[in-house]
Ligand binder design. Structure first.
Ligand SMILES: NC(=O)c1ccc[n+]([C@@H]2O[C@H](COP(=O)([O-])OP(=O)(O)OC[C@H]3O[C@@H](n4cnc5c(N)ncnc54)[C@H](OP(=O)(O)O)[C@@H]3O)[C@@H](O)[C@H]2O)c1
Length: 283
């Protein structure tokens, strides 16, 4: 498995499994066990996905050594702030039955993120988290955090797929030594992506599926990807992307699909800021 080196020296697999929208514990546990069996070592969960316990059971049952896995979780908005983040982190750790996390992220850029960031830095220095980062931060919010905390996140996990390619943001992140990670690499199937004419035609040339073309395009750009699937055959398909290389022409052709806007919602839309800030999860 190819790895990227984060700004603190930690190596992170460039491909992993995301477990968003798998609320059923048995389904989530099976998905993670299947993924690890296939060879996945990076698992991306979050407190708000309400499946950390299932991920923890799967890790235990997988038989793979803890140090060979890379486990990410995230603090949800209702736990933003110094004290609450410390408690939320311990709760995540307990549910996952782990004694450290590889990566812990601020899930949304709202509320007392500086309090959370301070708590996370302390947990990092205590060795309870190997690296800390953020998700869904637009460049201005990220620069605010870097400039006013003096501590640069290792990663920014943001919506990145053929219809929202994030080239400018990736440049900004590179300049600031923050690794870009894609969430929603398939735009969750929107735009009939798996049947897209251009992506299908490119796939045909390499005898690869649309999903494989998208993931290859991401990792060839140096973007860490965490596609979600509950189907083992799809996980295996999504994993077979290290045996081919897209030509420069094909990379550029995919570049023409960019709409430079979210396929979901804008994190700067005041209505969404309010909605997400008030979104309570039963943790
Ligand atoms: N930080 C954030 O705010 C944030 C937001 C969203 C997501 N994420 C993370 O990013 C991960 C991935 O994003 P996502 O789950 O939103 O969406 P996604 O990975 O873009 O798409 C998942 C969808 O694609 C289907 N799929 C997967 N592989 C396929 C294949 N080879 N062929 C056809 N269909 C396939 C899945 O169906 P099946 O399961 O039925 O195969 C599912 O419906 C999440 O799981 C989560 O870990 C983070």
């Amino acid at each position: 498995m190819e790895k990227v080196k984060l700004n603190n020296g930690l190596a992170m697999p460039i491909l992993g499994l995301g477990v968003f929208q798998i609320p059923d514990a048995a389904a989530c546990e099976k998905a993670v066990i299947d993924a690890i069996e296939i060879g996945y070592r990076l698992i991306d969960t979050a407190a708000s996905y309400q499946n950390e316990r299932a991920v923890g059971h799967a890790i235990k049952k997988s038989g793979v050594e803890r140090e060979d896995l890379f486990i990410t979780s995230k603090v949800w908005v209702q736990d933003i702030g110094y004290e609450k983040t410390k408690a939320a982190f311990q709760q995540s750790l307990d549910k996952l039955q782990l004694d450290y996390l590889d990566l812990y992220l601020i899930h949304q850029p709202y509320g007392d993120i500086f309090g959370s960031w301070k708590a996370m830095q302390e947990l990092y220095h205590e060795g309870k988290i190997k690296a800390i980062g953020v998700a869904n931060f637009h460049p201005d919010r990220l620069m605010d955090l870097i400039a006013n905390s003096g501590f640069t996140p290792v990663i920014n996990q943001i919506e990145t797929h053929p219809f929202y390619q994030q080239f400018e943001t990736q440049k900004f992140l590179d300049e600031n030594k923050v690794q870009i990670q894609s969430w929603g690499p398939f735009a969750e199937g929107k735009h009939d992506i798996f049947k897209h004419e251009i992506l299908s035609a490119i796939g045909h040339k390499y005898n690869k599926s649309v999903a494989q073309v998208i993931l290859r395009w991401l990792i060839q750009r140096g973007v860490v990807a965490i596609p979600k699937s509950i189907r083992k055959e799809r996980m295996a398909e999504n994993f077979k992307i290290f045996d081919f290389q897209l030509s420069t022409d094909d990379m550029q052709h995919i570049g023409t699909l960019d709409t430079n806007s979210s396929s979901f919602f804008d994190h700067r839309d005041p209505a969404m800021v309010k909605w997400l800030s008030e979104y309570k999860v039963d943790l």
